[in-house]
Design a protein around this ligand. Structure first.
Ligand code: N01
Length: 535
């Protein structure tokens, strides 16, 4: 059966790709891995903008597969800064001899399935071709940058920077007149830093967000105790079942609908102070599911914004009117407060859209503003973009990009009908959850699937059409059954591709929760992969 150069080609050098490379190499497979970045680290090697940090707590934003590495690797802050995540990933690559498997600064341009030999022919932008039996992708959910185009784009004489392709050597922001477009997770993290360095900062906001404090802090040595083997089991237990794969308790045992106004206020206030996703996962069990409970939380945010932001018009523009949770809620320490500075202002694009980029700056219906730098924090062609930008050609010459024209089609977020032996880690229609734990679960499942094929002398597997249709129906019906997710479209959320003009609007995320998803993966493997056609 071995008429290939390698057993597996892994594409991507972030959490998913590195884990797959480790796991599959351990299984005795010959692995070749590629990443287009000069550095290992996936999105963290590109999104090096000032202020980049995780929204996931330190004990879960890491590899956990090796107990010694788990106990030894220490971040400095509760929500680790981006450069420390990069260090973590590179330390893992060194420790587990993964670097030697990688060819960096090399983009995979195509992967074409050869039916006669049931192998994939993977071609890179350096002209190399590698034949492999399996292709495993760790391309990231939010990794293909989105740069909107405006009339006059090329005329701008100043500097344009993207948070998602930030220059490694940094950028001189001091004393500059800066425009920031975008108020998602990246925009609200970088805004306070731009405000501190710029002589003038104008934030261009299309859709307001529900932004909670991050609540970041230096870790004391006792905070690291959780990483010890005898303590980590409790974290792993919570992460395995919690919908977002975070170390929160599954149920808070209280409902906002049943609480008195005073109790609601007390709990919301306490979780606001704690920061991160505490308000979503640790306040009341019904804030994500009941419209009235959700509105209590939404109004709590609006009240906070009115309290923090002194100018009432700016506060009103910053206040969201769609349900909490329709978009991925960002966190930031200092975003709202920055608007109280005299040199910081907000342009509400819903009232005054951008008409053009000019030689000197940006023109809206309210006039032209001059800038030295425009920072685009305009997000990603999420979920599918990293796949559709590559030529992935399955059986019968079907191109994945075309197959996904009406939205992603997968089984379990890991596999696609018509694309044998093609496995995705954290692919579209995977759960919306803390990524590193998910990468280890899905990567482990891919390893089991490949192990199953080899143990049974099988050449290939791909999901049946019925299994894939069933998964898509489930993903859509879970999304459509939630009042807040139904509003994803009007909130321009990347959950549904609605942030990109012209993109098919479909739920690209399995919203049944990471715990439920993990159980489904486990059942599929334990039952001998019944959703797959094998040969
Ligand atoms: O991208 P986004 P992001 N004209 O899509 C605006 C992860 N992440 O890079 O909301 C004007 O959230 C767009 O407006 P609208 C995390 O999962 C995590 O910030 O579409 N504006 C929005 O305000 C996150 O969810 C971390 O109307 C335009 C912004 O640009 C995901 O990555 C840190 C526009 C894009 O926000 C993406 O985050 C960073 C246009 N034509 C990222 N097009 C942490 O863990 C877009 N926008 C902390």
């Amino acid at each position: 059966m071995s008429n290939s150069d390698v057993d597996v080609v892994v594409i991507g050098g972030g959490f998913s790709g590195l884990f797959a490379t480790w796991k599959l190499s351990h299984q005795g497979l010959k692995v070749r891995a590629f990443d287009m970045s000069k550095h290992l680290g996936g999105v963290w090697s590109w999104n090096t903008y000032p202020g980049a940090q995780t929204d996931s707590p330190h004990e879960t934003y890491r590899f956990t597969f090796d107990p010694d590495f788990l106990a030894e690797w220490r971040y400095s802050r509760k929500f680790p800064p981006g450069h420390e995540v990069l260090q973590h990933l590179n330390a893992a690559a060194d420790r587990f001899n993964l670097r030697e498997k990688y060819t960096l600064e090399t983009k995979v341009t195509s992967a074409v399935f050869d039916e006669d030999t049931a192998t994939w022919v993977v071609t890179t932008d350096k002209g190399e071709q590698v034949r492999s039996r399996y292709v495993v992708t760790g391309l990231g959910l939010v990794s293909a940058p989105n740069l909107p185009s405006y009339p006059g784009d090329d005329s701008f004489a100043g500097e344009k920077l993207l948070t998602s392709l930030w220059p490694r050597e940094g950028a001189d922001l001091r004393g500059k007149r800066i425009a920031l477009i975008g108020t998602g997770s990246s925009g609200v993290q970088i805004a306070p830093i731009l405000a501190a360095q710029a002589s003038a900062l104008t934030v261009y906001q299309r859709t307001p967000n529900y932004i909670s404090p991050t609540g970041n802090k230096e870790l004391a040595s006792e905070d690291q105790e959780v990483l010890r083997p005898e303590n980590y089991g409790e974290v792993a237990r919570k992460v395995a079942v919690q919908p977002g794969a975070f170390p929160f308790e599954l149920s808070q045992g209280r409902l906002a609908l049943e609480a008195t106004p005073e109790e609601r206020e007390r709990v919301f206030e306490e979780k606001w102070e704690k920061g991160g996703f505490s308000l979503l996962y640790e306040s009341f069990d019904d804030v994500a599911t009941d419209p009235v409970a959700n509105e209590y939380l939404a109004e709590f945010f609006r009240k906070k914004i009115r309290e923090i932001v002194k100018d009432p018009e700016t506060a009103a523009s910053l206040s969201p009117d769609y349900p909490y949770g329709s978009k991925r809620p960002p966190t930031s320490d200092g975003f709202y407060k920055a608007f109280n500075e005299d040199h910081v202002d907000l342009v509400d694009l819903r009232k005054t859209p951008i008409l053009e980029v000019t030689e000197r700056g940006i023109r809206t219906e309210a006039g032209e503003k001059e800038f030295d730098i425009i920072v685009y924090a305009t997000g990603f062609d999420a979920l599918t973009g990293a796949y559709t930008r590559m030529d992935i050609v399955g059986r019968d010459g079907v191109v994945l990009r075309d197959y996904w024209l009406e939205g992603p089609r997968t089984y379990l977020g890991t596999s696609v009908h018509g694309f044998p032996n093609f496995f995705m880690i954290a692919g579209p229609q995977s759960p919306f959850a803390n990524l590193p734990p998910g990468a280890e679960v899905a990567g482990g499942w891919v390893s089991d699937a490949i192990g199953y094929l080899r143990e049974n002398g099988l050449a290939a597997m791909e999901p049946s059409k019925e299994a894939e249709d069933g998964w898509i129906d489930l993903v859509e019906s879970i999304g459509a059954s939630s009042f807040s997710l139904r509003a994803s479209k009007e909130a321009n959320s990347w959950f549904t591709g609605s942030n990109i003009e012209g993109k098919a609007e479909k739920f690209g995320i399995f919203f049944g929760g990471a715990g439920d998803y993990n159980a489904r993966l486990h059942e599929e493997a334990a039952a001998g992969f019944p959703g797959f056609d094998k040969r």
